[in-house]
Design a binder for this molecule. Sequence first.
Ligand code: GCO
Length: 454
Amino acid sequence: MINKGFCKDFKWGVATAAYQIEGAPNEDGKGLSIWDMKCKRPGVIFENQVGDIACDHYHKYKEDIKIMHDLGIRNYRMSISWTRILPKGTGSVNQKGLQFYNNLIDELLKNNIEPFVTIFHWDYPQSLFEKGGWLNSESSNWFADYTKILMDSFSDKVKSWITLNEPQCFIHWGHNSTEHAPGIKLACPEVLLAAHNVLLSHGKAVQTIRSYSKQPATIGYAPVGELSVPFDEQRDKDIEVAKKETFSVKPLNCYNSSWWIDPVIFGKYPQEGLDAYGFAVPNFNDNDMKIISQPIDYLGLNIYFAKQVSMDDTGKTIEIPREPGHWFTPMGWPTEPKSLYWGPKFFQQRYNKPIMITENGTAIIDCVSQDKKIHDPQRVEYLRRYLTQLKKAANEGIDVRGYFLWSLMDNFEWAYGFSKRFGIVYTDFTTQQRIIKDSGYWYKNVIETNGKSL
Ligand code: GCO
């Protein structure tokens, strides 16, 4: 099994999210989301920027799909804006919203690009937030109802669905720390109740897809792959503590991997978490856990960086600080290519599911050069280093099925506004001109050679 390389039908793709690219917040009957509202609050987003236009993808989707086509991209992870479909989150359906996504999906298929549709990537309906949002005991039914509409409307054309993007982020950053929408600070028992309802929503969405999809569906889930890597990769003790740390749960901190993945795969919350959270754990029953653990087809992981850890002489796990001069990205994240080797390995060992990297990529300080091109050797180097590690995982027989680069184009980076550019395509946010960066052409070659060029 050595040196297998990437599997024959490895899914090379790019990813985006509706709120980050579409713009058109009020057009054609769309209802407001919590991100539309968040951006109206002064002083919370970089330079008070808003996603009202973003990449104007709502109007320029054909051009964007053509760029993907020209770059040889055959898989596209996109998300649907819940409030385009259901302006109030539940109730009456907005036909024009359905039409937009029908047109978009048709255009993708016409260009031989398979859509991987994320049902929820953070732009929660404002009306449902006003009814308590994820704290409301009905919230998982709202999500299931919305999912059913997607099945009725698109499942004849779309077979790949991803339920939720990074629940850790929208619960932690949105409901515990306030950087993200809705930007409220809840008490720990409330945070965990919201988390439980989110997990139930995932499970009910899986049930809904299995029951109503018009063709056999492939279902994934895209949590943050929060992980630690061994400082010394040759040292068994470091590997042992890195793995342990990857799945550990700390008191009062819901930003971890196992609280969010164990229930989905094993139908159980991790014991360490139950102990750490104690009285704050919400009431739940076996039936809840059965719903949450409906079988999925692969585990998606969004991985950008990792902590490096080692075992000290007393057997304790210690975090090793980065060496002076270590390469941090403009997000302040330490680059850690090994995370695309140890991530798939640790998560596959624990969960025994095929792995899909549903996001990876980097912000770089990009600018248009005199020759009107965007030379981004640092992004190429980042991707080369990370993908080489992913290839090592594939070579060793770890079942990695795909890789979605974040992102197709520069877009609205949440609280950072437009100040962080993650695209392999440059967006001029004033003229809405797109320019393919050097990294875009480089990625084209990786796709064409199925990673042999790495
Ligand atoms: C996330 C989201 C993306 C981000 C990307 C870069 O991971 O936060 O899924 O929407 O834009 O990860 O931060």
